[in-house]
Design a protein around this ligand. Structure first.
Ligand code: 5GP
Ligand code: 5GP
Length: 276
């Protein structure tokens, strides 16, 4: 009798554990992106994002890493190489500092954004010859990578490539960070160092929000400005206590990029001292 009731008790316990497991797993989100991830799986059941980060890259810093040239790399356009912050991507983010990625399968189709090509080439060029991985294991363009990894997570705000790219171009053009910094005296230079706090204040004064600043050593690599889902500006989550940001020192540089063509770049860029 005693062994019968303890077996019954064991079954009951297992049943409770199993039901708890089913319940918990139904409410857990699938993998969310972490810094430096290289997500290739598609996460179908991720919860809705909280806000957008418009990530802008500084060509003066990014192009210094150029080791060879190719036609798709805007660092290789000689005197037409970009001299303003260009777009890295519009990223849906969560308030807790994580983010969703590769939310549903929507293979990038360049034809859908063919009418935007001039703007994309100018303001959202690739600064690399690399072919990034898509969410499904293949290789593709920088735009394809951004659409599949980040754009597919922007629902219910966007459901298609065209609206993702045209809206990103529009909010970029409405928030001219390069111009804001220029007017505050922060111009590209290979000799000046600027206070990080001053750069942040210039952006706060212009847009009434605090950006996130990312550096590569002491050079500004990216500036991110953030938006609610209706594209009203808001603070970025990573902007808290910006002067103690892990990646930027107190004084930062905004390197000038001296456009060099093909062969010259291959010879001179590694020294990194040409324009000093
Ligand atoms: P990194 O490790 O170079 O900062 O970032 C690598 C990649 O992770 C970025 O290009 C981007 O795709 C993603 N990533 C990094 N930080 C964030 C972020 O704050 N939000 C989102 N949505 N993605 C990010
Ligand atoms: P993310 O870090 O955004 O997840 O991945 C960016 C991918 O796109 C990397 O594989 C990188 O080599 C490639 N890529 C191509 N052009 C660019 C560019 O202009 N900026 C950055 N950050 N990555 C680029």
């Amino acid at each position: 009798m005693a062994s019968f009731s303890s077996r019954r008790y064991l079954f009951l316990l297992l049943e409770v554990l199993f039901i708890t497991f089913l319940y918990v797993s139904a409410f857990l989100p699938e993998t969310e992106g972490l810094a430096g991830d290289n997500v290739v799986e598609v996460n179908r059941s991720q919860r809705e994002f909280d806000y957008f980060a418009l990530s802008l890259q500084w060509p003066g810093t990014y192009c210094r890493g150029t080791r060879h040239c190719c036609s798709k790399n805007a660092c290789c356009r000689g005197s037409n190489s970009p001299t303003q912050f260009t777009i890295h991507g519009l990223w849906p983010d969560y308030n807790d500092g994580s983010w969703p990625s590769c939310c549903y399968r929507s293979d990038f189709n360049e034809k859908e954004i063919s009418t935007l090509m001039d703007g994309l080439e100018k303001y959202w060029p690739s600064l690399s010859c690399g072919s990034p991985s898509s969410c499904h294991g293949g290789k593709g363009s920088f735009w394809g990578h951004e659409w599949e990894k980040h754009g597919t997570c922007a629902s219910p705000v966007f459901h298609d490539e065209y609206s993702y790219f045209i809206t990103t171009l529009n909010i970029y053009l409405k928030h001219n960070v390069t111009d804001v910094l220029y007017k505050a005296g922060y111009v590209a230079s290979n000799s000046e160092k600027y206070p990080l706090g001053g750069i942040v204040t210039a952006i706060q004064n212009a847009f009434h929000i605090t950006p996130e600043v990312v550096c590569k050593r002491d050079a500004i690599d990216e500036i991110r400005i953030c938006f609610y889902k209706d594209f009203k500006p808001r603070d970025c989550v990573g902007s808290k206590d910006v002067t103690s940001k892990k990646s930027c020192p107190k004084y930062v540089s905004l390197p000038e990029y001296t456009p060099l063509d093909g062969e010259a770049m291959v010879l001179k860029m590694p020294t990194d001292k040409v324009a000093l």
